[in-house]
Design a protein around this ligand. Structure first.
Ligand code: FA5
Length: 343
């Protein structure tokens, strides 16, 4: 009786498979005869209720038949694949445009930062780092700015709420804060750059944001002089912009350098002949620079006058603005994808 039933199922499969014309029909047939809820599979599940003698005999036949049905279905699959797609779903329209994957974009600040790091590491510089939340000591005291020093007002600092008995903390207002950190743990000679985020509580405009990047350079050794500062900067800018760049130092004041300079480069747009980008000045201001004040060396434990060194702090946004001819630095951190997608 059961034997006949099994043979009957196989016969039905053989009959129905002849009528199958496409993969959808084959799928339905497979479901009907071998699916979890099919008569055949239910039947296999109930084998356990048979007497041991019959269970073995019928079980063997059922399993053999199941494999045969599977082979019939697979054979049909192969036949159908040879005749090409039989349903709309299976057809591939090669003229439909592909779906573009969104892979994200580097912010131009990151691109510029990487370029700078590549150029300086190729010149033998180390890349140093420091925390964005900084102690008063590293951001000010060690940089020759005692507590009541008026130079602290040169930068509007975001101070954090002071915890009782703990040191006063602020959002780092300049990458110069890393100078003392690095020098405390290293002995000259060394040359480093420190690209990093800075924060200032100031009204924003096209060239000022509350969050911006600077890139500090610090070179310390014996007999380092202003000539080295000028030459290294000139080499760097020429590589960075891919054209010859002239640099100009103007006298200035920073408590942590003596002498101190404002640092200008020849306009990259007009090449130094005067244009709208440089407001017909021919020069563009990029940041501050100078020879490390001996008081800073003393604050980190070096012997006075044993070493000399130069340092600078340039705005990364200014460099990116010049490189990509962007007229508002606030765009960099605006999160506006229409802007970012252009890079
Ligand atoms: C300084 O921060 C000094 N630490 C630079 C320095 C380093 C001098 C080492 C001597 C030796 P200043 O505040 O001028 O200096 O800032 C330097 C540069 O950072 C500016 O010229 C500008 O390019 C950039 N910068 C400063 N404030 C902002 C701001 N709010 N938004 C965007 N860029 C800024």
């Amino acid at each position: 009786m059961l034997k006949t039933k099994i043979e009957e199922i196989k016969k039905q499969v053989l009959e129905e498979i002849e009528k199958v014309k496409n993969s959808d029909m084959l799928f339905d047939l497979e479901k009907k005869y071998l699916g979890r809820k099919s008569e055949f599979v239910g039947f296999l599940k109930n084998l356990k209720n048979l007497a041991p003698e019959e269970r073995k005999q019928i079980g063997d036949l059922a399993n053999k038949t199941k494999l045969e049905i599977l082979a019939i279905i697979n054979g049909k699959k192969v036949d159908l694949s040879k005749t090409g797609p039989s349903t709309e779903k299976e057809k591939i329209d090669v003229t439909i445009p592909g779906k573009k994957k969104d892979i994200g974009h580097l912010n131009p600040i990151s691109i510029v930062r990487r370029d700078i790091e590549d150029i300086f590491t190729s010149m033998g510089y180390e890349i140093a780092d420091g925390p964005e939340i900084e102690t008063e000591f590293y951001n000010f005291d060690a940089l020759n700015m005692p507590k009541d020093h008026s130079a602290r007002d040169m930068q509007d600092t975001f101070w954090l709420k002071q915890e009782a008995g703990k040191e006063k903390l602020s959002m780092r207002s300049q990458t110069s804060a890393v100078q003392a950190r690095y020098m405390q743990t290293h002995t000259p000679p060394f040359r480093i750059i420190v690209p990093g985020k800075c924060f200032r509580r100031e009204a924003t405009d096209t060239t000022h944001d509350h969050t911006f990047y600077q890139f500090e350079a610090l070179v310390v050794g014996k007999n380092i002089n202003v000539g080295h500062l000028k030459q290294v900067a000139q080499d760097f800018f020429s590589q960075f912009f891919g054209q010859e760049i002239k640099v100009r130092l103007r006298p200035s004041y920073f408590p942590f350098t003596e002498p101190s300079f404002e640092f200008d480069i020849s306009c990259t747009v007009c090449g130094g002949t005067g244009c709208r980008a440089c407001k017909y000045n021919k020069w563009l201001e990029l940041g501050g620079a100078g020879m490390v004040n001996q008081n800073v060396f003393e604050a980190v434990g070096y012997k006075r006058n044993e070493y000399t060194g130069f340092a600078w702090g340039f705005g990364l946004e200014r460099l990116a603005m010049m490189k990509y001819k962007i007229d508002d630095c606030r765009l960099f951190h605006s999160g506006d994808l229409r802007f970012i997608r252009q890079f």
